[in-house]
Ligand binder design. Sequence first.
Ligand code: ZN
Length: 330
Amino acid sequence: MPQSERVDPARSPIEQVDRRAAVGGATPDQAAFREELLARGLLIDSGVPGLYGRGGAFEDIRQRFDALVSAAAAPDQPETMRFAPLLPRRQLEASGYLHSFPHLAGSVFAFEGRESDAIEQHERASRREDWSAFQRMTDLALVPAACYPVYPALAARGEVPSGGLVVDAGSAWVFRHEPSQDPARMQMFHQRELVRIGSPGEVLEWRDRWSERGLALLRRLGLAAERDFAADPFFGRSGRMLAHNQRQQELKFELLVPLGGIEPTAVSSFNYHREHFAEHYGLLFADGSPAHTACLGFGGERVVLALLFTHGCEPGAWPAEVRHQLWGSV
Ligand code: ZN
């Protein structure tokens, strides 16, 4: 067992987990930023790395930014859809997510057993022992990206109309299993997503126009945002090839902002999926050809963190122009 995973009986299991994550964890700047966020009540610590509550000031900024995205999206006349942060497990299985990102997925298990099992489960849990033997997989998984519930919902309607459509999936809770002490790497956070379904030309034009819009939006808030091609964190050896292809085909852009890491941190991404989701879910035009899809997402918490990191942890002292963008004439 590696040194960092050795059990120290003097510490609670929560502290053990916390200490392990810190070993490979944050840069000094990220660690200092996290401490300040917690000290000021902007974030509320749960004891588990990457799981936080949000204070009122933090949440206010997130919602103000969300409103700016809604305003920027208005010309697209998007159709609004909202979903729970849970996905039918069958939809996750159909999406290919477990092939590409098995390390990030989360599924819901629940108790299924007799009364004696419940007693044993409780006793083991009380002793902080493993009680997973009494848990069975349910039909639910945690939503890994805000756009995932959109594709099956559209496919269930039947054929994709000519000209396609834009869907506003709102600011949705999403889960990524990647515990970290970097405050910008949360296990559950908000993604503000929009989705475009249409022909390849319509979808690409929309994604590229939005990457310009997104860049302008972030720069108006005083963020030193830059755009770059990117790849998703695909799993394993075959994943490296997928990431290589994704970069080479310029399928994914990110907007990156300095956030205390060695490299700038992505706060937004613009993804062209080609016919991937159409093939998995059966999103077809009337002539039987697969629709193409693209999505864009802003990491709600990451944008707030970038603002706090750039302008300081007292929003009242931010530059007037930034305050005006977010709060109007205050
Ligand atoms: Zn998406």
